[in-house]
Design a protein around this ligand. Structure first.
Ligand code: COA
Length: 279
């Protein structure tokens, strides 16, 4: 799928969205926000996907919101200013709750919205030399539109406040130390590292992946009794939606000693996926 500001490639069960304004360091302009909503709509419709990778073309992941098109140009008209940014706020929230496993593949610069997208994805791999920054304080505001949320939900308090208050940059290596990304690798190994992460996910049951995310997200705000109540209900939902595959296929294979769940995933076929997706 070719959109004005994005490339969307599908190699089921993986989809890849590439921010594609390299001459502007992939700054997110209003068109990109509309395009992201269009792309997420299209991907959500499909039944054959498990993973969404987000990356940037050229030498940047994203330099964040397009400061001219999103803020300077519409500023005189309050209604236009509000509407210009609405599409951004919409897709940031959608990304956080997206039914596929989302992975940020971070290259080059990741400022403001680029930092936020890294934090909103479920998983992230960065090149060691990436420059992450919450530059908002440098131009007189604070990280908004979910950016502060993304920082506080990925980094320890002292580090979060340090980068919010100083606008200092951090490298991919530092981002891995603080938990903003899972892993930092030399730039030339970035794609291979993401491919390896994708490979560990695509052999899983798609219904289980989706519900695992839902249980994680929902239970972060619950006390233990509620969390247990919720996860038990979701386990019943999983069993129903996947024809009890965890018992009838996975644990049966364990019974026959044909796999060890501690070190591998049980054997599944594409046909298994197809039947689960149509549930
Ligand atoms: N909004 C709009 N345009 C941007 C942009 C942004 N966030 N980030 C980069 N660009 C544009 C530059 O203005 C320049 O456009 P031009 O060729 O028309 O002059 C082009 O992208 C290339 O950027 P440039 O500044 O020349 O590259 P650089 O390698 O010297 O610096 C950055 C890269 C990312 C450090 C620098 O562009 C920058 O500070 N950008 C703003 C980052 C930011 O604060 N983002 C947070 C927004 S919430």
């Amino acid at each position: 799928m070719e959109l004005e500001t994005l490339t969307v490639e599908i190699e089921a069960p993986r989809a890849t969205i590439t921010f594609n304004r390299p001459d502007k360091k992939n700054a997110m302009n209003p068109q990109m926000h509309l395009d992201m909503n269009t792309a997420l709509d299209a991907l959500e419709e499909r039944r054959d996907l498990k993973v969404l990778v987000i990356t940037g073309s050229g030498n940047s992941f994203s330099a964040g919101m397009d400061l001219e098109e999103c803020f300077l140009q519409p500023f005189e008209d309050a209604d236009l200013f509000y509407r210009t940014n609405l599409a951004a706020l919409k897709w940031f929230q959608r990304l956080k709750a997206f039914p596929l496993v989302t992975i940020a593949q971070v290259n080059g610069y990741a400022f403001g919205g680029g930092f936020e997208v890294t934090g909103l994805c479920d998983l992230a791999v960065a090149a060691e030399d990436v420059k992450f920054g919450l530059s908002e304080i440098n131009f007189g505001i604070f990280p908004a539109g979910g950016a502060t949320w993304a920082v506080t939900h990925n980094m320890p308090r002292k580090q979060a406040l340090y980068y919010i208050l100083t606008g200092a940059t951090l490298t991919g290596t530092e981002a891995a130390q603080y938990g903003l990304v899972n892993q930092a690798v030399p730039a030339e190994e970035l794609e291979a590292a993401v491919d390896a992460m994708v490979a560990r996910i695509v052999n899983k049951n798609p219904v289980t992946l989706r519900l695992a995310k839902e249980v994680y997200e929902a239970t972060t705000t619950m006390d233990l009794p509620r969390a247990i109540d919720y996860d038990q209900a979701k386990l019943w939902e999983l069993s129903r939606l996947s024809d009890n595959e965890w018992i009838t296929v996975a644990l049966k294979q364990f019974e026959k000693r044909s796999f060890r769940p501690g070190i591998a995933t049980y054997s599944r076929t594409e046909a298994d996926d197809a039947s689960k997706r149509s549930a």
